[in-house]
Design a protein around this ligand. Structure first.
Ligand SMILES: Nc1ncnc2c1ncn2[C@@H]1O[C@H](COP(=O)(O)OP(=O)(O)OP(=O)(O)O)[C@@H](O)[C@H]1O
Ligand SMILES: [Mg+2]
Length: 361
């Protein structure tokens, strides 16, 4: 078992509220991702679960037992950090078995647990090496191995991949997901990388200023964000946010709003439209905009656009063939209003069911 529940958790450092009431149930065997911008309290929340940081208010339950006052070693949680800090003078096997030795396990038992963890992590051939003889990715595997041998109820990962280069991150991301399936152990995984969050999480908790702003399955959050903040945080490039035109708005801005916002619910202050929902065509079709930059990704292009009278750049994600555009080109924008999201003054998404159908007619 490895069920973690947070009930009204609060934490302050000095006079500053850092965690401002977090409630969450992490199911046994689930891979829960905490995501959010720098400083929103992800690591602090994780450290409170691990027992490295005290809890000011609220209850932490591990397998339904109150764990607030348990020592870190008695919580059944094993943490893996961004900096893996292996003991440099110990071999991989010794590093992995260290915690077991401290716990008083015998040689044979230690060796057996280390051997099994090494197999799962595919590092058996590295067991005799020293940390300095390993690549970054291999070191991170050893750090994970140290956590696995303890057979925790829950793994706590704090940005374990952020020291690795881009290609290795992708490999390790897949590897960790595989590991999670193989072990079936509950994992709480902290990242500020929205791609990791989207691809790894069974569910994602989006943190914002010490609270969970939204909790849900990755695609549900992507398709139906509760707020502008969640819409902006998940997805690259960032979702386009277009203000309701004010008195001095340009004709182009008004034209775009007429296409997007015509069917928007009352109280719509801003419309969100993802880059893949902004189609491009020849000038004169749709609404004309100027290309500022086109990033060619190979299979697709991200086209940055300037619309007369709009402060923000718009982004369109289009197929590679349509993407042979250069700065200064004029294109016609064809936004898909049925995919638009409406947000109110406070940044909350307005129910879009009516919006979508009204927009389609
Ligand atoms: N020991 C501490 N004393 C005082 N303030 C702290 C302490 N630890 C963290 N903070 C503050 O609490 C806030 C949340 O920090 P935390 O490390 O949890 O953020 P994070 O979401 O993990 O950010 P990042 O993505 O940058 O790692 C920050 O403003 C930070 O400066
Ligand atoms: Mg952190």
């Amino acid at each position: 078992m490895g069920q973690v529940s947070l009930r009204g958790i609060r934490k302050r450092f000095g006079t500053v509220d850092i965690i401002r009431g977090v409630d969450l149930d992490v199911q046994d065997g689930e891979l829960m991702v905490f995501v959010g911008p720098s400083g929103c309290g992800k690591s602090t929340m994780l450290r409170m679960i691990a027992g490295l940081e005290g809890i000011d208010e609220g209850d932490l339950l591990i397998d339904k037992q109150r764990a607030n006052d348990l020592r870190p070693a008695d919580r059944g949680a094993a943490m893996v950090f961004q900096s893996y800090a292996l003991y440099p003078h110990m071999t991989v096997a010794e590093n992995m078995g260290f915690a077991l030795r401290m716990a008083g396990l015998g040689r044979a038992q230690r060796d057996e647990q280390v051997r099994r963890a090494a197999e799962v992590l595919r590092i058996t051939e590295l067991l005799g090496r020293l940390p300095k003889e390993l690549s970054g990715g291999q070191r991170q595997r050893v750090a994970i191995g140290r956590a696995i041998v303890r057979k925790p109820k829950v793994f706590l990962f704090d940005e374990p991949l952020s020291n690795l280069d881009a290609a290795l991150r992708v490999d390790m991301r897949i590897e960790l997901t595989r590991l999670h399936k193989a072990l079936g152990t509950t994992m709480i995984y902290v990242t500020h990388d929205q791609v990791e969050a989207m691809t790894m999480g069974d569910r994602i908790a989006v943190f914002h200023q010490g609270r969970i702003e939204q909790l849900g399955a990755p695609l549900d959050l992507y398709d139906a964000p509760a707020t502008e903040f969640v819409a902006g945080f998940l997805g690259a490039p960032r979702i386009n946010l277009i203000d309701r035109p004010g008195d001095g708005a340009s004709p182009a801005h008004r034209a775009l709003w007429a296409r997007l916002g015509a069917g928007a619910p009352a109280g719509t202050r801003r419309i969100g439209l993802r880059a893949e929902h902004l189609g491009l065509a020849a000038p004169g079709q749709g609404i004309d905009a100027t290309v500022v930059l086109s990033e060619h990704l190979g299979d697709a292009s991200i086209v940055h656009l300037r619309l007369d009278g709009l402060d923000v750049r718009l982004h369109a994600k289009v197929g590679a063939a349509a993407g042979r555009l250069a700065a200064g080109d004029i294109v016609g924008m064809l936004p898909k209003p049925e995919q638009a999201l409406a947000f109110d003054e406070a940044g909350r998404r307005l129910p879009s069911d009516q919006f979508a159908t009204r927009n389609q007619t």
